[in-house]
Design a protein around this ligand. Sequence first.
Ligand SMILES: NC(=O)C1=CN([C@@H]2O[C@H](COP(=O)(O)OP(=O)(O)OC[C@H]3O[C@@H](n4cnc5c(N)ncnc54)[C@H](O)[C@@H]3O)[C@@H](O)[C@H]2O)C=CC1
Ligand SMILES: O=C(O)C(=O)[C@H](O)COP(=O)(O)O
Length: 381
Amino acid sequence: MLIVADENIPLLDSFFAEVGEIRPVAGRAMTADDVRDADILLVRSVTQVNEALLAGSRVKFVGTATIGTDHVDIDWLASQGIAFCAAPGCNANSVVEYVLSVISLHAERRGMANWSDLSVGIVGVGNVGGELARKLERLGFSVKRCDPPRAEQEEGDFDSLEEALACDVVSLHTPLTDQGQHPTWKLLDRARLDLLAEHQLLINSGRGEVIDGDALLERLDQSGAPTVVLDVWPNEPGISVELAKRVWLATPHIAGYSLEGKVQGTETIYRAVCRFLGLPARKKAGQFLPEPAMNKLAFTSSAEAVPAAYTAIRACYDPRRDDANLRRALALPQSERAVAFDNLRRDYPVRREFSSVKIQLKGTSKSLQDTFKGLGFKLKL
Ligand SMILES: NC(=O)C1=CN([C@@H]2O[C@H](COP(=O)(O)OP(=O)(O)OC[C@H]3O[C@@H](n4cnc5c(N)ncnc54)[C@H](O)[C@@H]3O)[C@@H](O)[C@H]2O)C=CC1
Ligand SMILES: O=C(O)C(=O)[C@H](O)COP(=O)(O)O
């Protein structure tokens, strides 16, 4: 059994050594020659999985250790009888924590006493957007939910795109597709970007092409432009330096890169491979997660909820470090930038989720306890 796999899938040996021989390959550069003799192909988002890659190969199962599937021609796989699995939800919480950290920085930068005075419009209310909405509402934010595909299918409190785009913060969490009733390709086109005003914050941690990159560049050169944070970009890894210069925070598609999120992605495809082969799935993500370097934070009775929350959030994850690293990479000669973008992702430092930290509270208020619980930290009272 030959398993060809993107070398950036963490814990390949730990999960798959008992299943078959593993051949790690650079995901971005994977060719038909690399996969010809494979029985199983395991990828991440940087490998285009389609007829050009797989025609004539013996691959019978494809797994992607990612939430997004826009890099996979799922219809073609089905037409060839090739089984497929993705990892829905695996790194959703990581993306939510990225967005929460960005919102905390934005509120502080605007001199707001209370970040929950910001309204937040979420576009795409699935695993990521849904969890973001739940956390924000628990923290007291007012949230608009825009999800036309869900609104058509179920009873629920959904809002229009225009209502979401009128919020103080707009966060994009749709899949990328140019098909069907609700395409998201350039969903934020020139006209919709024109609706955004100077006081607003636009965050894209879905897929780069959901925003029209040229229109965004133009909008950011006009007066009254919104503040923009991009984790995902048109044309990765060769992203526009001009666009990066004009956005407030620029990160190299790492919103989902918590250790928990990555390892859960591997676990999901491991389980699917075991099911496909009729093997018992004995390994679990939890057994491979080390004790976090920082596992405790303490606050005293004088701590106030909002500043304490910001301190704890940023102790776990502060996007300004990723922003600084990406800007350094983009200052390299043009011929080196795309590789540098990918290297930041390949060599990403260990980042742990809020749930890995116990917050010790001595004599603190109920509101402080509720804030930390709402964010997903564990409490030690
Ligand atoms: N930056 C990063 O590191 C990561 C990015 N992602 C991206 O985030 C996307 C969303 O992830 P999940 O929430 O887990 O996916 P999901 O499939 O659970 O939810 C997506 C939601 O978007 C909705 N949607 C589809 N078309 C829409 C439209 N035109 N307008 C508004 N809503 C629409 C769907 O109905 C669905 O509820 C992924 O497809 C992936 O592209 C995911 C993980 C990490
Ligand atoms: O899960 C997704 O969808 C993502 O966007 C991943 O976090 C992307 O990571 P790579 O597959 O590009 O390493």
